[in-house]
Ligand binder design. Structure first.
Ligand SMILES: Nc1ncnc2c1ncn2[C@@H]1O[C@H](COP(=O)(O)OP(=O)(O)O)[C@@H](O)[C@H]1O
Ligand SMILES: N[C@@H](CCOP(=O)(O)O)C(=O)O
Length: 346
């Protein structure tokens, strides 16, 4: 019976100014254990009785931790929906008989660590391995875009490291676009790795409340003043080079992780974020090189080269006092992983 393990890293998108553009792969993983039974396998023998949809699509999903918000039916669960979409574009209507997927998710949902992107990427990898589609990296990027219309999480989740990506054909995309072969055919994503100094680690402060990305995008303006756009252009370009310097400049990185496109509008959604962005800097926090909102939040990302525990404690104490007891905050010290998603035969 063929068996595979698919592993996809969490990601932190934007890195401050690079809204919908820059992202980092981090050492927290979504894992899928996949097995494909022989064609004469009888799904009715499974310990959990399969639903009619399981039988229709030849797949059954289960999760290590029960999260009632995650649907398990193949046509609603994001992992299997993405995989079926990929298979359909190759004229394949269902999984090989009989596909079982066990999901172990270590990435907190709706916190700005790209959980939805990892789920989407894992779905693309699932289709690729079970039907041996031999997808190129570029096809994978673009399949993901049909489900999440910004590539800054999905590109680093696929290739690892720090990435910059752009979309060709984005003019037809909208927040409400439903995945379709037309969108996949027209929109293409291109991504490249940004060089980074291997001393850099991520200290993330993850508040224990969910902030759906759709909500955090809905508070953004439709139009911006040119001075704010130029402010971000200057920083994206500088940051993309500064992160790769052998001799890192905390001053340049800290200043080039500032942003005027999304963070100012999202501060109201994350108690404590304003104080962290205004007050935590390399001058008063040794080892820190920059700080920003992670993705759409509510997680905060600090980049640092030393004193990781101390930086985490400082972020936690600010969130603990600013939350006024309404939420706790967990600290994770994570590596930047230079390998993206993998699918291994077991
Ligand atoms: N492993 C998973 N399996 C199924 N669905 C998932 C998984 N991870 C995330 N999701 C879906 O993505 C949603 C979170 O997406 P989103 O609001 O964009 O937050 P995030 O910043 O974590 O990507 C979850 O509520 C869930 O519906
Ligand atoms: N560029 C997006 C990134 C969203 O990332 P997520 O991890 O919060 O889903 C945005 O800022 O909206």
């Amino acid at each position: 019976m063929p068996k595979y393990r698919i592993s996809v890293p969490a990601t932190s998108a934007n890195i401050g100014p690079g809204f919908d553009t820059l992202g980092i792969a981090l050492s927290l993983f979504l894992n899928l254990d996949v097995s494909v039974e022989s064609p004469d396998f009888d799904p009715l023998l499974l310990p959990t009785p399969p639903s009619s949809k399981n039988i229709q699509y030849n797949i059954q999903l289960s999760y290590s931790e029960f999260d009632s918000s995650i649907p398990l039916e193949p046509d609603t669960n994001i992992i299997s929906r993405v995989a079926l979409f990929v298979l359909n574009t190759f004229g394949i209507q269902k999984f090989p008989t009989f596909t079982k997927v066990f999901v172990e998710n270590n990435i907190p949902l709706s916190r700005g660590l790209g959980s939805s992107a990892t789920a989407i990427v894992s779905g693309v990898f699932l289709a690729n391995v079970v039907c041996d589609l031999k997808l190129t990296e570029q096809q994978m990027f673009s399949f993901c875009l049909a489900f999440e219309n910004h590539p800054d999480n999905t590109t680093p989740a696929i290739v690892g490291g720090i990435t910059a990506s752009y979309v060709l054909g984005s003019e037809i995309m909208s927040e409400s676009s439903t995945p379709s072969k037309a969108i996949y055919d027209i929109n293409k994503v291109f991504g490249v790795n940004v060089k980074y100094n291997s001393k850099i680690k991520a200290v993330v402060a993850v508040p224990r409340f969910e902030l759906p990305t759709s909500l955090a995008r809905s508070v953004l303006p439709k139009q911006y003043e040119i001075k704010d756009i130029v402010y971000n252009f200057q920083r994206i370009a500088t940051l993309s080079v500064a992160l790769g310097a052998e001799d890192l400049s905390p001053e340049i990185i800290y200043n080039s992780m500032k942003d005027k496109i999304h963070q100012p509008y999202r501060k109201a959604l994350v108690p404590g974020l304003s104080k962290v962005l205004d007050e935590v800097c390399p001058q008063n926090t040794p080892g820190l090189i920059g700080v920003c909102l992670s993705g759409a939040g509510p997680t905060t990302l600090a980049l640092a080269t030393s004193n990781f525990e101390e930086i985490g404690a400082k972020l936690k104490s600010i969130f603990d006092s600013e939350s006024k007891g309404t939420f706790e905050t967990d600290i994770f010290i994570l590596d930047i992983v230079d390998r993206g998603a993998t699918a291994k035969s077991l």
